[in-house]
Write a protein that binds this ligand. Sequence first.
Ligand SMILES: [Zn+2]
Ligand SMILES: [Zn+2]
Length: 403
Amino acid sequence: MTQKSAKLIFWGVRGSTPTLERDTWRYGGNTPCLELKASDGTQFVLDCGTGLRMLGNRMRMLNNRWTEGHEAGGVEAHVLVTHYHWDHIQGIPFFHPFFEAQNRFYFYSFESKHLGRNSLRQVLEAQLASPYFPVDVSTMTASRSFREVAGGDSWDIQGTHVTTAWLNHPQGCLAYRLDMPAGSIVYATDNEPGVAEMDHNLRELARGTDVLIYDAQYSPEQLASTRKGWGHSSWLEGVKIARDCKVRNLVLFHHDPDSSSRTVDGFLSAARQEFPATWAAMEGMSMTLSDRGVDVVLPKSRLGQRRRIRFAATVTGQSEDGRTFEEKATVRDLSLQGAYLCLSSRPRLQSELNVVIEAGDHDSSSMLSLRAHVVHCEPMREKNQNGVGVVFIEEAEADLPRD
Ligand SMILES: [Zn+2]
Ligand SMILES: [Zn+2]
C-alpha cells in the first residue's frame, strides 16, 4: 500500500441474519462489518455484525506479529455504528480485541429515542448481560470511549473527515461518508427511498464519492410491492443515486438472507446494464483507493482440490471494457468447483463466462459446457496471456430440466 492509498475490506455483507446455506457462500453469510484503513493508517470499523469476529481474529494476529520484540502494542480503532438492529451489532461479544486491556476503541453512533443517553454503551452492556452471555461487561477490558452523533454532523478523525446523514429505516439509521486523501467512501445501508428530505440528504452525502456502498436487499419489484415499508432498497435505487451523484463505483450491499448467489448475480448484472461500475459486496472482497482509482480484489475461493492439466476450451464472456469475446483457451487446472484458465482476453471480475471444454475426440457428446463466475484475473508470464480464476456457478433451479 502506498502512502496515499486506503483499503476497504468487506467482512460481512449479508443483511438481517447470517446465512450458512451452500447457495449463499459465494457472496458470504456474515452480517455487516467493514474495515477501512485510511491513508494515514487510522483504522475504522463500520458496523459490528457477525463479520466482526473474523476481523478481530485478523487484528489480533497482525498485532501479535507486530508486538514481537516491541513494548506493549495494542489495537486502536474508530468504530462507526449505523444503528442498533441485531445484524449490525451481534458480532460485538465475539470480537476478541474488546477483551484485551492494551486495546483502545472510539465508538460513534446516535442517541436512540428508545434507549436514551449513552445508547451504544447500553447496547454493549445489554449484550453481555445475564442470561444472554456467559461473562459480563467487566471482562471487556479494552479502553472504550463513546461519542453520540446525529445526521448532518461532521468532524475529523485524524486525517479523515467524517460526515453523516439520516436514512429512512425503522428506529433510525445513519449513513457515513469518509473523506481521505486517497479518496472517499459512503456507507449507506438499511435505507428505504421515498422520503424526499432524506433522499435529498443522501444524494448530497454521496455526491462525487469514489465508492458508494448501498442497501440492495430486494428486487425493484419486491420493493414496490411485498417489501414496501420494510426499510430497505434495491439495486435500481442504487443505480439512480450513483448516476445522479456521479459516484465512481457502486457496491450492492446487505444481501437478503433468502437471496441465493444466483439471485445476487442477477441483481448485479441488471445494475451493470444501467451503471457499469457496479460491484456486488462479497465477504473478503477488498477495494484499494488511490490516485490510480479503485482496485478491486475478490477473496480466494479454492475450497476443493485441483489437478494440473491442459485442456482446450472455448470461452465466451465480457471483457473489462464491456466488449463480448469468444476465444480458444487452455484450461490449466480444474476441479468441479472451478478452474484456472489461460486467456488473452481480460474478463471483468464478477462477470459470467461460458466455458466449453472439448474433452477427447471432438465428438459433440463429449463437450462439457459450464457457466462460470470470474473471481481472479492476473497477467501471466507468457506475453499477452491472463490467468483467470473462475468458480463454476450452481445452476438456478429454473435452469434445471423439469419433467
Ligand atoms: Zn441491517
Ligand atoms: Zn436495520
